[in-house]
Ligand binder design. Structure first.
Ligand code: NDP
Length: 315
C-alpha cells in the first residue's frame, strides 16, 4: 500500500513542495493539515497534485481544541499513520507586541512548538499502531536556533534561559511572553521555538525510539528565502534577502529542492537513523549535522518536555 504522511502547513513553501514531491513519487498519500482549507486545495491543484494523492484536513495550531479536533477527524478517516511531519511555523520579526493563540500562548511558541507538541505526542500512538516498515516523526528545525553557526549568531540569538517564561505559560499576563522570561522580541521568539522543536525531536528519540522503532528526525533544509515565512518582514528585507542568500552566503535553496530534501527525510531508505538533525552540503548530499550546545542539552529538553506537557494538558 501507499504510505500515509501528515504534513502540517502544507499550504505553502516547504510543506507544499514536500507534499508535491511525495505525491509525485506515487508512493505516498499526503494528508495536508492546514488552517485554510480553500487556500490548500488551490495550492495542491496549482502544484499539479492529482486528486487521489492528497486529503486536506483542517488544523489550526494556534488552538489546542483544533489540534484535538484534527486528531479526532484523522482517526475517523481510518487511515493508518506512517509518517508525521511537523512543518508549519509563524515568524513575526517586526512585531512590537506579542500576539496570542486561543489558549493564550505567545503565537510563535504556541504554533511552532506547543501546538505541534500536543499533535506529535498524541499521534505517537497512531504511529505505533501502523504496520508500515519505516515509521517516522519529523520536526522541521532551523539553523537560526543553532548558535554554533554564523546564521545562528545574528542577534537576537536564541536562548531559552532558565525557562521561567515557559513555566509561567508564555502568556504575557502573569509573566513574560518569552520562554526565558525576557522582553518580547518576535525574531527571538521564533528562534526559541525552533530550539524547542529540535530539543523535542531528541527527547522523543530518547523516550520512544527503542520501544517503538520509530525514527525521530529534524532537519535544516537550507535557506528557502522565497517562502511566505518572511511575509511579515519589511519590504526591503524581502527584496534583498533572496539574492543575499544566493550570491553572498550561498545558503539559498529553491522551494522545490528543499521539498525534495524533506521528502528524502520522509521516505529515503538510507535516512532511517533516529535522533539526527539532517543538513545538506553544497552538492546537495545529506549529512548528520551538529546541534548547538543549547539545542542538544538533554537536561533542558527534559524540562521543556515536562513544562510543555503541563501547558497542553497532558500532565
Ligand atoms: P511558509 O510561511 O511558506 O509556510 C508556513 C506554513 O505554516 C503555511 O502553510 C502556513 O499556513 C502554516 N501555518 C502558519 N500558522 C499556522 C497555524 N496556526 N496552523 C496551521 N498552520 C499554520 O514558510 P516555510 O515554508 O518557509 O516554513 C516551513 C518550515 O520551514 C517552518 O518550520 C520553518 O521554521 C522552516 N524553515 C524555513 C526556512 C526558510 O528559509 N524559509 C529555513 C529553515 C527552516 P497558511 O498558508 O495558512 O499561512
Amino acid at each position: 500500500r501507499k504510505g500515509n504522511v501528515i504534513i502540517t502547513g502544507a499550504s505553502s513553501g516547504l510543506g507544499l513542495a514536500t507534499a508535491k514531491a511525495l505525491a509525485e513519487s506515487g508512493k505516498w498519500h499526503v494528508i495536508m493539515a492546514c488552517r485554510d482549507f480553500l487556500k490548500t486545495e488551490k495550492a495542491a491543484k496549482s502544484a499539479g497534485m492529482t486528486k487521489d494523492s492528497y486529503t486536506v484536513m483542517h488544523l489550526d495550531l494556534a488552538s489546542l481544541d483544533s489540534v484535538r479536533q484534527f486528531i479526532d477527524n484523522f482517526r475517523r478517516s481510518d487511515m493508518p499513520l506512517d509518517v508525521l511531519v511537523c512543518n508549519a511555523a509563524v515568524y513575526q520579526p517586526t512585531a512590537s507586541q506579542p500576539s496570542y493563540t486561543a489558549d493564550g500562548f505567545e503565537m510563535s511558541v504556541g504554533v511552532n512548538h506547543l501546538g505541534h507538541f500536543l499533535l506529535a505526542r498524541e499521534l505517537l500512538d497512531d504511529l505505533k499502531n501502523s504496520d508500515y516498515p519505516s515509521k517516522r516523526l519529523i520536526i522541521v528545525g532551523s539553523i537560526t536556533g543553532n548558535t554554533n553557526t554564523l546564521a545562528g549568531n545574528v542577534p537576537p540569538k536564541a536562548n531559552l534561559g532558565d525557562l521561567r517564561g515557559l513555566a509561567g505559560g508564555v502568556n504575557g499576563m502573569s509573566g513574560s511572553a518569552m520562554i526565558d522570561g525576557g522582553d518580547f522580541d518576535g525574531a527571538k521568539a521564533y528562534k526559541d521555538s525552533k530550539v524547542c522543536n529540535m530539543l523535542m525531536m531528541q527527547e522523543f528519540h530518547r523516550r520512544f525510539h527503542e520501544e517503538t522503532g520509530i525514527t525521530f528526525a529534524s532537519l535544516y533544509p537550507g535557506c528557502i528565502a522565497t517562502t511566505g515565512l518572511f511575509r511579515e518582514h519589511i519590504p526591503l528585507f524581502r527584496l534583498l534577502f533572496p539574492p543575499f542568500q544566493k550570491y553572498i552566503t550561498k545558503g539559498f535553496v529553491s522551494e522545490d529542492d528543499a521539498g525534495r530534501r524533506l521528502a528524502q527525510v520522509v521516505s529515503d531508505p538510507s535516512l532511517t537513523k533516529s535522533g539526527v538533525y539532517w543538513s545538506w552540503n553544497q552538492n546537495s548530499a545529506s549529512f548528520e549535522n551538529q546541534l548547538s550546545k543549547e539545542a542538544s542539552d538533554a537536561d533542558k529538553a527534559k524540562r521543556v518536555w515536562e513544562l510543555s506537557e503541563k501547558l497542553v494538558g497532558l500532565a
